[in-house]
Design a protein around this ligand. Structure first.
Ligand SMILES: [Zn+2]
Length: 298
């Protein structure tokens, strides 16, 4: 059996899945924002889950950051109490087994490549288009982390072919730069672009309702969004050429993006005859935690 933890800013969730991906236990609690208390909490939940399924489990954690391969310390976590901490070492010692830790977008991609929408592919790029924009690369069911643990981290690449006239300006991103992909192709970015021209404060699903009703600003924003997403994905295809791109996060629920973006991608790839599957995540919001559980398998 495999335990997966999804550590979010507000909630920490645990599941236990078996080798077929069936869930046998799950629980969700508020994230404790103190490192020692957090460690104690993970140990208690592991013990509770193992009692519930009556057996020892592997343990994997998906965190909103990465373990720095150079020194084993967590970096880039927006749950900042984890940063600079030897989380993997501490948990492995306390739980007396090797605890696996990965970035939550990598966990999402792993889940979809293992038994989700990308299960039939050997090279899968997982994309989360939600509040932010995350990515993960899976080759032969293994996460590609990279020397600096930066692989797949595409949300703060600049938008390809950005033009002020076409795409408009952006506020400075929290990363310090302007015109990051995240500011255009995340759900937040999509809404920002519409709200800028319509002087509203709508969210992405409400804007999509307006697209269906024929609102011209909403339609213009949607078509621009598809073009921006196509530019971003074409860059991935030109480098990695994955057989499947799986999309998760709030924007993945907009069912027309898949067929619309595939029509525009060939405008930006090196050759126009592109063979690729662009699919909605099979496990939706549960993908991240399932991927964390799969970290312990093998
Ligand atoms: Zn940025």
């Amino acid at each position: 059996m495999h335990i997966g933890f999804d550590v979010g800013g507000t909630k920490t969730e645990i599941i236990v899945i078996d080798k077929h991906g069936e869930t046998h236990f799950s629980k969700r609690i508020s994230t404790v924002h103190n490192y020692q208390s957090f460690i104690d909490c993970i140990i208690e939940l592991t013990s509770e889950a193992e009692q519930a399924v009556n057996g020892a489990c592997t343990v994997g954690l998906g965190i909103p950051g990465v373990v720095n391969p150079k020194n084993g310390l967590v970096k880039n976590a927006n749950s900042t109490f984890l940063n600079g901490k030897p989380l993997q070492k501490d948990l492995s010692e306390k739980l007396q087994r090797t605890v696996q830790i990965a970035n939550d977008a990598n966990c999402f991609a792993l889940s979809e490549a293992k038994d989700g929408a990308g299960a039939s592919g050997s090279v899968v790029f997982g994309v989360i288009l939600g509040t932010g924009c995350g990515g993960g690369i899976i080759v032969d069911k293994k996460i590609i982390t990279g020397l600096n643990a930066n692989a797949g981290e595409w949300g703060h690449n600049p938008l390809p072919c950005h033009s002020l006239e076409k795409d408009g300006d952006t506020p400075r991103c929290f990363c310090g730069r302007f015109h990051c992909l995240e500011q255009f192709i995340s759900g937040t970015g999509f809404a920002r672009q519409y709200n800028n021209i319509a002087q509203t404060q709508l969210k992405a699903p409400e804007i999509m309702d307006l697209v269906k009703q024929g609102d011209k600003y909403a339609a213009r924003t949607y078509h621009l969004y598809i073009d921006q997403l196509a530019r971003a994905l074409a860059g991935i295809i030109n480098i990695l050429d994955p057989d499947t791109i799986v999309i998760g996060g709030g924007m993945s629920n907009i069912n027309c993006i898949y067929e619309d973006v595939i029509k525009v991608i060939p405008l930006y790839t090196i050759t126009p005859d592109i063979d690729i599957n662009i699919l909605k995540a099979r496990f939706g919001d549960s993908s991240g935690i399932r991927g964390a559980a799969w970290l312990g398998k093998n």
